[in-house]
Design a protein around this ligand. Structure first.
Ligand code: B12
Length: 216
């Protein structure tokens, strides 16, 4: 069985302890880096999302798998990434969260973790974050980037609210605003006046580097 197959099986079985143990042992033996494990988990979640869309699994199964992944990222992979990052200088500061009315966390967490593992300092505000909270946090930590996630057609409008809030406080030019999530698109990003859009975590890293003029 490959690492990906093992991880997929544990996520589908909601075997949180098993997945934690597997990730720990893989990290200890240097079989894969935390970023590589995150990438595999992302692929597995895309697969599970597709199964849900195709009605091969139902909501409770989905919630179970999603919770296992969230806890493993929070408790094992994020700390491992932070540890391996040591005290190295960061390439920039990113405030990220899921907008108001939306509880989807996995994609946003992946983007945050990927950015982190690529050298950025990431402030993850969680889910159902109000526009003013994004702006307050960006001001507090001196961020350059504000990342907004939305997985619901119903919550997409709140991405625009954050841009409006920046305009209201005369801060729009100070930050690069990037958006993502399945109902969003580059066209939508343009429409609301965001600075960028990315389809997945890897593209998000490229986008942030491009926006900040980081050449690697
Ligand atoms: C898991 C999931 C849930 C879980 C969320 C658990 C959690 N902690 O996140 C639970 C079960 C709680 C859930 C709830 C609901 N869900 Co839901 N959910 C999903 C599902 C299956 C997968 C989402 C996911 O995690 N994908 C995997 C990650 C890796 O991908 P991702 O999120 O797209 O993120 C990537 C990119 O989009 C991008 N990205 C994401 N964010 C950002 C941010 C930035 C700044 C950038 C640059 C990029 C970026 O990079 C990410 C990493 O590669 C999707 C279907 C799908 N296939 O997407 C439905 C889906 C999003 N849910 C849907 C719905 C309707 C709901 C509910 C309303 C259901 C209900 N009736 O209660 C509720 C919402 C409650 C609320 N107020 O938010 C719909 C949304 C339809 C729509 N367009 O509005 C979908 C599309 C399912 C469907 N086809 O009907 N859901």
């Amino acid at each position: 069985m490959t690492i990906e197959e093992k991880i997929k099986e544990l996520i589908i079985e909601w075997n949180e302890d098993g997945l934690k143990e597997l990730c720990r042992s893989i990290l200890e033996s240097n079989e894969a880096t935390p970023a590589e494990l995150l990438k595999i988990i992302g692929k597995v979640m895309q697969f599970i999302g597709k199964q849900f869309e195709d009605e091969e699994i139902f909501l409770p199964e989905l919630v179970g798998s999603a919770n296992v992944v969230k806890n493993v990222i929070d408790e094992i992979l994020d700390p491992a990434i932070r540890q391996s990052g040591g005290t190295k200088e960061t390439l920039g500061k990113v405030v990220i969260g899921t907008v108001e009315g939306d509880v989807h966390s996995i994609g946003k967490d992946l983007v945050g973790s990927f950015l982190f593992s690529n050298g950025f300092e990431v402030f993850n505000l969680g889910e159902e974050v109000a526009a003013s909270v994004f702006v307050d946090k960006a001001e507090e930590v001196g961020a350059q980037i504000i990342g907004l996630s939305s997985l619901l057609t119903m919550s997409m409008g709140f991405q625009r609210e954050v841009i409006k809030e920046l305009n209201k406080r005369n801060l729009r030019e100070k930050y690069k605003v990037i958006i993502g999530g399945s109902p969003t698109s580059i066209e939508y990003a343009d429409e609301i006046g965001a600075d960028g859009w990315a389809d997945d975590a890897i593209e998000s890293v490229k986008l942030v580097k491009k926006l900040l003029g980081v050449n690697n």
